[in-house]
Design a protein around this ligand. Structure first.
Ligand code: AMP
Length: 208
């Protein structure tokens, strides 16, 4: 099963991706996580990516596509994968088709007006990568799941978040029509509790 998760920043696609990965045994391929790993390790790709990510802009298509193509060619993706955060432009979607067949595109749909608050209140775990909203943490500074230290992503400040949402509307939203026309799109109402969203996701994937 080759799955793409679409959705604006803050729609909860990363959370759903972890749940899908666990339940269906698929590797979770997140381009945002891959870039952040490169930034932590100070690789040349990380240095390049940081200059875009810190401003809330997209990294260039060519380097992003190459990174994904290399990752999907690895053994663990042979039986399927879950792409989170890619494609984000029409060029990336067209490039992806050249090296894999996508079975299903899940769009986690959350009204844009709710995303700014979701993102600026987001706290991420240094250890397991899970994210939580500050409202759910009751002041806790450690991850409720694994106990790791929680941190605020550098690109989750209000100005950068606004840029990321603008980029989503101008470049990524068009992919919804693109995949609807291809017949692979399934829309999921993401403006609900995590478990309710996942119940719908599960129904769609089991029917494939
Ligand atoms: P994310 O964790 O998915 O929100 O991604 C964080 C940042 O990484 C984005 O704001 C972009 O700067 C960069 N990024 C992630 N995926 C892509 C992509 N497919 N194309 C270009 N830039 C990306």
């Amino acid at each position: 099963m080759n799955i793409v998760l679409l959705g604006a920043p803050g729609s909860g696609k990363g959370t759903q991706a972890s749940l899908i990965g666990e339940k269906f045994g698929l590797p979770h391929v997140s381009t945002g996580d891959m870039f952040r790993e490169n930034i932590r390790e100070k690789t040349p790709l990380g240095v390049l990516a940081k200059s875009y990510i810190d401003k809330g802009q997209l990294c260039p298509d060519d380097v992003t596509v190459r990174m994904v193509e290399d990752r999907l060619a690895r053994e663990d993706c042979k039986k399927g994968f879950l792409l989170d955060g890619f494609p984000r432009t029409l060029e990336q979607a067209k490039a992806l088709e050249k090296f894999v067949k996508i079975d299903c595109v899940l769009d986690i749909d959350v009204p844009l007006g709710k995303l700014l608050r979701r993102l600026t209140g987001r706290r991420c775990c240094e250890k397991c990568g899970e994210s939580f909203h500050v409202d759910m943490l009751g002041g806790a500074e450690n991850c409720p799941k694994c106990g790791g230290k929680l941190y605020i992503r550098k690109d989750d400040n209000e100005e950068t978040v606004q840029n990321r949402l603008d980029v989503y509307v101008s470049q990524t939203e068009t992919l919804i029509d693109y995949y609807a026309q291809a017949g692979t799109l399934r829309r999921i109402d993401g403006d609900r509790a995590i478990e309710e969203v996942f119940a719908d996701v599960e129904k769609v994937l089991k029917a494939l």
